[in-house]
Write a protein that binds this ligand. Structure first.
Ligand code: PLP
Length: 427
């Protein structure tokens, strides 16, 4: 076994006489039968002899060995343990184990699930491609993905001979037709950003199996609280931890979760590739995961309420929220997700100028590219997240000039409504 694959060694349980079972327990803490809510708070913790209650941060670049022989054995992978924080750090590992536990559906029988933390969501996507693809390979990707993913595939992977065919997220015939013998990977986000389209993961899994390809799902919008893609046969899940996993806009990070054999290949790449998650960010994300379930429920409730309200406003042309019964993806979202998420987009008449006037007319909603924050955020996708796409590619992805994306935070719905009304007065 290589050192890249190592897991923290569970230390012997230190339950002293008279202590309740579990109290003061050292080593790795995990129970496979916990619910996602409990996994989010308890799973993956590696408690040291200091018996800290909250997870420890290990801000160290390297770890010491007791002897030259031990160093050699650890480098050779003969003995498990920490070596160097680019590829072994206990705080990062706690985050990885917690997220892996949360993404594993109850009673999952598809084999071992593993996770690797990365320095950003884009690093998670790039590391997956670098580790699993080679020159001549081919990707089929949904056109409705984060604009930077599009740039990575078309501009950078293409330089190394990995090509991509773009298809509409829900055009299943197009997915099947695009598969070639050299296709290795199907890539998608569901729900999509910013239009909330939802892909039928069962259908895409069947297409992936028929084409002998991996199914890779970016689960950034739903998080494991609302959707567990492994339950539908996904091989790998991508996360931008920057979004809901953190939840308070404090750090950039990412993760890949999924089949252990595949994640191990990514870990081996990452040891050299080096876009590792920092221990401090891992600690932030661990804390973020602890409140993820309750935050996601609140984001869903507020967004559903505001999406309904937007449909009633005269200054709104179209509203895109898969929680609305009128959204084309509503039925599949009901089947596949346990909530509809916190992102709602809408269009105003008058194209880009009107959208910009609306945005500038609001008083406090943050004009910022991030999402998944307790603070409500707003963007004009056509000139920011999707601004690097050609006008044709933007039109094909359904990104109209008058489109505004709202990521609803946890301020009061009444205050958010008032600020949106301020924006509407500038139209
Ligand atoms: C769906 C989705 N995936 C991936 C990313 C990339 O994540 P990061 O910004 O952490 O690199 C983003 C970023 O906005 C995103 O929205």
């Amino acid at each position: 076994m290589s050192e890249d694959n190592q897991k923290p060694e569970a230390q012997p349980s230190a339950v002293a006489r008279g202590q309740r079972e579990g109290h003061g327990r050292l080593g790795r803490i995990h129970q496979a039968d916990w619910s996602t809510e409990t996994q989010a708070i308890r799973s993956g913790q590696y408690r040291t002899e200091e018996q800290e209650h909250s997870e420890a941060i290990f801000p160290t670049s390297s770890f010491v060995f007791n002897s030259a022989a031990e160093a050699a054995a650890k480098f050779a992978g003969d003995v498990p343990g920490n070596i160097y924080s680019r590829f072994t750090n206990p705080t990062v590992r706690m985050f990885e184990e917690r997220l892996a536990a949360m993404e594993t559906p109850a009673g999952y029988a598809g084999g071992e699930i593993s996770c690797i933390g990365t320095s950003s969501g884009m690093a998670a996507i790039l590391a997956t491609c670098m580790a699993l693809l080679k020159q001549g390979d081919h990707i089929v990707s949904s056109r409705q993905v984060f604009g930077t993913t599009n740039v990575v595939f078309d501009k950078y992977l293409a330089k190394f001979g990995v090509t991509t065919t773009w298809v509409d997220l829900t055009d299943y015939e197009a997915w099947s037709a695009a598969i070639r013998p050299e296709t290795k990977l199907l890539f998608l986000e569901t729900p999509s950003n910013p239009l909330n389209e939802v892909a039928d993961l069962d259908r895409l899994k069947a297409i992936a199996v028929a084409g002998d390809c991996l199914l890779v799902v970016d689960n950034c919008f739903c998080t494991p609280v609302l959707q567990q893609p492994l339950a539908f046969g996904a091989d790998l899940i991508i996360h931008s931890a920057t979004k809901y996993l953190d939840g308070q806009g404090r750090g950039i990070g990412g993760a890949v979760v999924g089949r252990e054999d595949l994640v191990n290949e990514i870990k081996v790449f990452m040891r050299s590739g080096g876009f590792s998650m920092s221990p401090f960010n891992a600690w932030i994300f661990l804390k973020g995961l602890e409140t993820l379930s309750i935050r996601m429920k609140a984001h869903c409730e507020q967004t559903a309420e505001l999406a309904r309200w937007l449909t009633e406003q005269s200054w709104v042309e179209k509203v895109y929220y898969c929680g609305l019964p009128t959204h084309p993806s509503h039925d599949i979202a009901l089947r596949q997700q346990s909530g509809f998420g916190g992102v709602v987009s809408f269009t105003v008449a008058g194209g880009r100028d009107a959208a910009w006037r609306f945005i500038d007319g609001t008083r406090w909603i943050s004009i910022t590219a991030n999402l998944g924050d307790v603070k409500t955020t707003m963007t004009h996708p056509g000139s920011t997240t999707h601004g690097r796409l050609s006008p044709e590619a933007r039109a094909q992805a359904g990104i109209e000039d008058g489109l505004i994306r709202l990521c609803i935070g946890l301020e009061s719905a009444e205050d958010i409504r008032k600020d949106l009304l301020s924006g509407s007065k500038a139209l």
